[in-house]
Write a protein that binds this ligand. Structure first.
Ligand code: HEM
Ligand code: HEM
Length: 181
């Protein structure tokens, strides 16, 4: 038996984690700290390119998440239900962040200068609304990520090797026994 998460889910999890953590930290840093116009510009355009490329990866990951929802026979424990609810919220909030990010664009979306997509909205009031939702959704996502990291740390400190489940390593004997219960 291999780890509980399939290879694509493990790969997509860590790729998404790096992209999301970088974009949240750098985006908020640039927005609320004095930085040069050049830094603001390169971080802004780099992040728009990176997160636009991330959209198809996110769609793929969400499909794998939904596909894994098929009933497994036994009723899940309350802790598993809570973990599932938080994970589903994370997916929902990421979707809102991505959609509003695209909608708030005030110029064409350039992906590293190689591909360009037209600016979707032209009404300044709608763009402003998308921008407000984008910022709020990013705050909610930051809180959910912090909760997620606390939950992972708590499981690890309680002897449940959850990080191992999110790697290509085979589960330990204890994990196989627990999974069989
Ligand atoms: C993983 C997805 C994303 C995350 C975590 C994210 C995060 C952020 C954060 C933290 C900010 C700063 C918020 C503020 O100004 O208060 C921001 C701003 C912004 N985001 Fe996103 N974003 C994501 C996706 C996108 C996408 C897909 C686009 C467009 C294609 C986009 C376009 C923008 C723009 C235009 C700004 C304003 C930057 C500026 O004022 O120069 N974002 N984003
Ligand atoms: C260094 C940072 C991170 C660590 C150490 C970490 C660790 C983990 C671990 C161990 C699991 C498996 C939990 C289980 O056994 O079910 C997991 C699942 C998950 N993580 Fe993270 N994570 C990190 C960052 C993130 C970020 C930034 C996000 C997204 C915003 C995220 C979203 C998820 C989701 C949605 C799941 C559920 C499984 C899936 O659908 O792929 N994680 N994480």
């Amino acid at each position: 038996m291999h780890s509980n998460y399939s290879r694509p889910r493990v790969l997509l999890h860590w790729l998404s984690a790096v992209i999301i953590l970088w974009t949240l930290v750098s985006g908020f840093y640039v927005a609320y700290n004095p930085v040069s116009a050049a830094t603001e510009h390169w971080i802004g355009s780099f992040n728009v390119s990176l997160t636009t490329l991330f959209i198809p990866l996110f769609v793929w990951r969400a499909c794998l998440f939904v596909r894994a929802l098929e009933p497994h026979g036994t009723a899940p424990s309350p802790i598993k239900t809570l973990a599932f609810a938080v994970h589903a919220m994370v997916y929902l909030v990421i979707a809102v962040v991505l959609v509003t990010g695209v909608l708030m664009m005030k110029s064409a979306i350039s992906v590293f200068g190689l591909v360009h997509f037209p600016q979707p909205l032209s009404d300044p009031a709608l763009i402003e609304r998308a921008s407000t939702i984008h910022t709020s959704a990013c705050v909610v996502l930051s809180v959910l990520v912090a909760l997620h990291l606390c939950a992972v740390a708590w499981h690890e400190c309680s002897g449940r090797r959850v990080v191992r489940r999110m790697t290509f390593a085979k589960p330990s004997g204890a994990m196989i026994r627990r999974a069989q219960k």
